[in-house]
Design a protein around this ligand. Sequence first.
Ligand SMILES: [Zn+2]
Length: 451
Amino acid sequence: MKEYLTEAEKLTQYAKENLELDERNIFYVKNRLLEVLPFCSDPFSDEDIDKIYDILSLTPDKIDEKFHRLVKEDCKKATDWLYDYCVKNQYVKRDRLDKNPRFDVSNGLIVTINKAKPEFRDPNKARTGNSVDGGFCSCVICRENEGFGARNKRNLRTVSLNLGGQNWFWQYSPYGYFNQHGIAVNCEHIPMHVDRETFSRLMDFVDIFPHYFIGCNAPLQRIGGSVLAHDHYQGGGEVLPLFKAKIKRFFKDESNPSLKIGILDWPGTVIRIIGGDREAISAVADKIRVTWESYTDTNLGIVANDGEQHNAISPTVIKTATGYEMNIILRSNITSERYPDGVFHAHPEYHSVKKESIGLIEAQGLFILPGRLEAQLSEIETAIEKGLPLDSEDFTLVYEETKTLVKKGYDVHTAMKEELGSICYRILQNTAVFKKEEDFCAFMIKAGYTA
Ligand SMILES: [Zn+2]
């Protein structure tokens, strides 16, 4: 046991300095560490880290208590504290996230390559919420996972929220895609859905955390998130490209004259509602939802329901000095013979770059590309520099277009970044349900708004 004493002391010292370990608990924590350390590998495995930092962390009740005390003082201070805590207790894999390449592209999009998270290729799994047979937690995001060893969630800490009178909780993602990326989750394991109360809950969230955005994935397979079985939202402290997009055409709503409503100058199909009247915003957002969920235009390939529901919306909101800005993204998951993965999904010529569902975060202009690309793109860059042909046909498009940019004077690395950004932009155009403004306007008129 003695040989582990130094390590245990080092760790308790760390917890005193970083994890608010109380003096009163030091003997207790050290003894618990001495029980675990002999079974840990050198260096510590992910599971070891999980076990050790759980022992070093405050219990969930203490975390919740302190968080809510801070919220009363200053909500940003509260989220900064919690995020920092989750980094220091090793639940958020910050060191790995910092190694992910990330860059802004000249077309306004943000591209990241996520080396920390495995590529998600099975949309069927989303339906069940990646449930594990025999576990007492119904899915991977149920609150019952807090401290759950079998899923390496021993050091997970969540905080309670009240959204629309319901019990929800907030937690940070271990492999976040952007600044302070987290999820707000219903305490009850019920399926993802968007209805009128959703808009109200989203606005409740930004009332508590006005420095965060929050949005809800479309609750259908192939266009939504990876856990459809459990109601949850995604948010965090990042200004996403969509928020900077401007309204290109305004519409009037006679019954809600205080609101500004318009369609966005954006590659996807998005309506923005701006105003301070929460009830009015919910009413308009819900009218758009209901209209879209039954909207069919076969000439455009849009079929609301053919026995299976295909149209859904994805709402996302921020709070500004003048009120709320609610963005409603129209989505369709319909497939065809030509596009078996989705007519309004990334088309096959772009699958070498991105084949996964285009979810809420990407629809807002921040793309998360698979980790494998780092090596693949670096090979292409080398091939271009040395004037060699490509081994794999999958990347012909990227290779040819990057070469064209290099001929225009870009260095090969910058050219590759611009090429990726350009492909992401075209993927967003693929997801647009209305490619022409006149078709979009026809929908708005159908929903009851006048130009
Ligand atoms: Zn669940």
